[in-house]
Ligand binder design. Structure first.
Ligand code: NI
Length: 163
């Protein structure tokens, strides 16, 4: 297993359009192991493949002891709205209030290519929505007001230059 580098905003690779996962092989399983390892080491609850430079529709998450692997996720229904502080491993140290649905219905493939149709609520729905956003090149910053976006861009730009 290997700990992968997590790309930090404004890395352009965070804005690529991801491809569907079509091969559910050992190579995918190896990538998933590395993604879990990377997520644990960064103390995150979710990590999307483009965050480690792999442009695939794939993310991992862990919440309350449940490990989740979602490939080709598609949110087909969303209900309710809740505003809560949210973070992202590609925006270290940033927590901003983001509105997300309370309840979603999501279609996806697991690591073996089996299809699932699930209804997810609460915090896990937030995580799944956040990670699905990554696969569509949508980031935490895109959910903020224009003023906050400008502030955050400046702050992250400075960080990138001093790194
Ligand atoms: Ni994120």
């Amino acid at each position: 297993m290997a700990i992968l580098d997590i790309l930090i905003y404004p890395d352009p690779a965070l804005r690529v359009q991801c491809r569907d996962v079509t091969e559910f092989d050992d190579k995918l399983k190896k990538l998933l192991q590395d993604m879990f390892e990377t997520m644990y080491s960064a103390k995150g609850v979710g990590l999307a493949a483009p965050q480690v430079g792999v442009p695939l529709k794939l993310f991992v998450a862990e919440w309350e002891g449940g490990r989740h692997v979602l490939a080709n996720p598609e949110i087909i229904e969303a209900e309710g709205s809740e505003r809560t502080d949210e973070g992202c491993l590609s925006f270290p140290g940033i927590y901003e209030e983001v509105a997300r649905p309370n309840k979603i219905r999501i279609l996806y493939h697991d690591e073996n290519g089996r299809r699932h149709d699930e209804v997810v609520e609460g915090f896990l729905a937030r995580v799944f929505a956040h990670e699905t956003d990554h696969l569509n090149a949508r980031l935490l910053i895109d959910h903020l007001s224009a003023l906050k976006r400008t502030f955050l861009r400046k702050r992250m730009g400075k960080k990138a230059r001093s790194a």
